[in-house]
Design a protein around this ligand. Structure first.
Ligand code: ZN
Length: 282
């Protein structure tokens, strides 16, 4: 895979021993908040869209919106499709200009996961687009994809998956979960450490709610892309709820400005830890 924008931000993070933040957005405001947060820190960024968000806006419209925001940011911003189980939708995003797509057939038997991921990998690579695949099942709900049982990935099958599917970055299930944690998760740091010594960069899913210390450890062992989704949505909805319940009357733009500031602050404190600029979220 030759360097496109997605591989550039991953390789850049790898050289620096840091991780690039991959932020799930839902609209213009959250995209603008993420790009502004990265810009203020001077770090690169991945903007992620769930399959449901692409279907909601339409690929072309969504691409144009994100591309318009990233254009003059002065940092490298890659556009990525998160957890997609629909081959046609993955290909549609490749055609619409996404820098990378994640196909998630992790719920299928290994051979089928390999074959179905490889089909999109070939399509993407021919068009200069990168691909992420998932092995093992990450617990929780991400967009419309729900897993009620977690299956951790093993080292050997992860290596077999990477080779067979021809993916550029790998998301192994290491015990992180989508959504909000109840208690402290037991993570498979050994798997991250072993995979971290290989060539394929590792993606950490289920980043919302992990401690700064856990992030630093995962990044030190080789995590190069860290996904945050739930905490972005919570910051967005939480601020809206707070403003509405305050009973104050706001005009739309000052209202949005306050929501924007809250979302930006939440994203920024995470990006700062992923980039090694700060040690904690304080
Ligand atoms: Zn995920």
């Amino acid at each position: 895979m030759k360097d496109n924008r997605f591989m550039k931000v991953i390789r850049d993070a790898d050289e620096k021993g840091i991780a690039v933040g991959a932020v799930n957005i839902v609209n213009y405001l959250t995209t603008d908040a993420a790009v502004t947060a990265a810009k203020e820190l001077g770090v690169n960024l991945i903007i992620q869209t769930s399959a449901g968000t692409v279907e909601h806006f339409g690929a072309r419209k969504l691409y144009d919106m994100i591309d318009g925001i990233r254009k003059d940011a002065g940092i490298t911003v890659a556009i990525h499709l998160d957890h997609c189980r629909k081959t046609e939708l993955g290909k549609e995003c490749v055609d619409a200009g996404w820098d990378a797509v994640m196909m998630d057939f992790s719920h299928l038997p290994l051979e089928e996961n390999i074959a179905r991921t490889k089909e999109v990998a070939d399509y993407a690579h021919e068009r200069g687009v990168a691909i992420e695949g998932e092995i093992g099942v990450i617990y929780g709900v991400e967009d419309e994809i729900a897993a009620d049982q977690e299956v951790k990935a093993g080292y050997d099958e992860t290596v077999e998956f990477i080779k067979g599917s021809d993916i550029d970055v790998v998301a192994p299930a290491i015990g992180t979960a989508h959504g909000v944690y109840k208690g402290v998760p037991k993570l498979d740091f050994d798997l991250v450490e072993r995979l971290g010594k290989d060539d394929t960069p590792i993606v950490i899913h289920g980043g919302s709610g992990l401690s700064a210390e856990t992030f630093r450890k995962l990044i030190k062992l080789g995590g190069r892309k860290v996904n945050i989704s739930t905490l972005v949505k919570n910051a967005y909805l939480g601020k809206i709820r707070e403003l509405v319940e305050s009973g104050e009357k706001y005009a739309p733009i000052p209202f949005d400005d306050q929501v924007f500031d809250a979302v930006k602050a939440e994203i920024k404190k995470h990006l700062a830890v992923f980039a090694g600029i700060k040690d904690s979220f304080d």
